[in-house]
Design a protein around this ligand. Structure first.
Ligand SMILES: Cc1cc2nc3c(=O)[nH]c(=O)nc-3n(C[C@H](O)[C@H](O)[C@H](O)COP(=O)(O)OP(=O)(O)OC[C@H]3O[C@@H](n4cnc5c(N)ncnc54)[C@H](O)[C@@H]3O)c2cc1C
Length: 333
């Protein structure tokens, strides 16, 4: 029987660069590998990996397996699963980490099925049980109302991790590591889907997932205009981005890309300002990782006040001008 050892990150590459989620996975993988006194590896698979391996080492990897093939240029599950499976079988890692991204959501369950093991998705905390050495996998359940800790005693243990849930380690370009170019013969007959077109989502200003401050509006905003004026003004002042609950997106008041929650984006900014949002669990599931939540709502019984560190009870039309003005004064002092 294979001896399962080490932690492996299935990294992503966007236009030859490591996205923040992969850097966060490396930070998390590094601390797990240290706790286990084992190695951290990273897989980078694309048509060309560029500086990816060097960066992965600078952010904590001891070893990077690179797989370059034109078939891996765009993410296609049928091709990438072949790489992930081959490397998992050859390297027998104890733990496999992926991002809770469109790639991770597609690849992780396929890999778990092929390796006949379990999977926990959307984890927000990971630790090693000192006695069993098993990975303790914490994830929100019941729409974010509770957290459950899972363990899996079948190896490898596979998890996907929510963006912004883990801290990266500081980049250290003097770190040394090994780069292992790996050949994977991709069976083209197994590729059943073809990418016909790629449409880039146009985002004006900061991407929601990267914004340190999010000013988010709900159905109580009442229409599209205040998102472009009142909320945007506050977001600009705080160098943040505007978000929304699902109803404003459903009504077409804001683009679908701004919708936060269980069926939208998952965000974890330093500051989340929830305006005219009731605080339904499906929305909270997308913003519960925020460091500080401030709520403005006219209903003192609104659930959002149970989630918020700070709250203002009142109609947003009356509260917001004074709120924004006060912040402006404080920021220009
Ligand atoms: C399967 C499923 C998935 C879902 N996924 C998501 C998701 O991903 N994201 C999401 O957001 N929702 C999601 N929902 C919907 C979710 O259940 C709620 O319906 C939604 O989050 C409510 O949005 P809201 O808070 O904007 O609106 P409401 O619940 O209608 O709340 C509006 C709030 O605005 C306040 N208000 C009204 N006027 C003013 C004013 N002038 N000033 C101040 N406050 C005011 C009201 O007091 C109220 O609290 C999902 C639902 C289902 C069933």
């Amino acid at each position: 029987m294979a001896e399962y050892k080490g932690v492996i990150v299935y990294g992503e590459l966007i236009e030859g660069k490591l996205p923040s989620i992969t850097i966060e996975l490396l930070g998390c993988g590094r601390s797990l590998a240290n706790e286990l006194s084992e190695d951290l590896s990273c897989v980078l698979a694309s048509d060309a990996v560029g500086d990816g391996p060097k960066e992965a080492i600078a952010f904590g990897a001891d070893r990077v397996y690179t797989v370059e093939d034109p078939l891996l240029k765009e993410y296609q599950g049928d091709a990438h699963i072949q790489v992930a499976e081959k490397l998992a079988r050859e390297t027998s890692p104890r733990i496999i980490l992926m991002g809770q991204t469109s790639i991770g959501r597609d690849l992780a369950p396929r890999l778990a099925f092929r390796l006949k093991t379990g999977l926990s998705t959307d984890c927000i905390e990971l630790s090693i049980d000192p006695e069993t050495k098993l990975l303790q996998q914490t994830k929100p359940v019941y729409g974010g109302n509770a957290q459950a800790i899972f363990t899996c005693d079948i190896m490898p243990q596979i998890v996907t991790i929510r963006a912004k849930a883990m801290s990266p380690i500081e980049r250290d370009s003097s770190r040394k590591g090994e780069v292992i170019p790996t050949k994977v013969e991709i069976d083209t007959s197994a590729i059943k889907t073809k990418i016909v077109e790629k449409v880039r989502e146009e985002v004006a200003g900061l991407k929601l997932e990267d914004a340190p401050v999010i000013v988010s509006g709900g159905r109580g905003i009442g229409g599209p205009e205040p998102f472009k004026t009142t909320l945007k003004e506050l977001a600009d002042l705080l160098h943040g981005a505007v978000g929304a609950t699902r109803p404003p997106a459903d009504h077409g008041w804001v683009p679908e890309a701004m919708h936060i929650g269980l069926t939208g984006k998952i965000v974890a900014p330093d500051l989340y300002i929830a305006i005219a949002i009731s605080g339904a669990s499906q929305h909270i599931a997308g913003c519960s990782g925020s460091k500080t939540l401030v709520a403005i709502n006219k209903d003192p019984e609104a659930n959002i006040f149970r989630e918020a560190e700070f709250g203002v009870i009142g109609r947003y039309e009356e509260v917001m001008p004074a709120f924004t003005q006060k912040l402006q004064d404080l920021l220009t002092k």
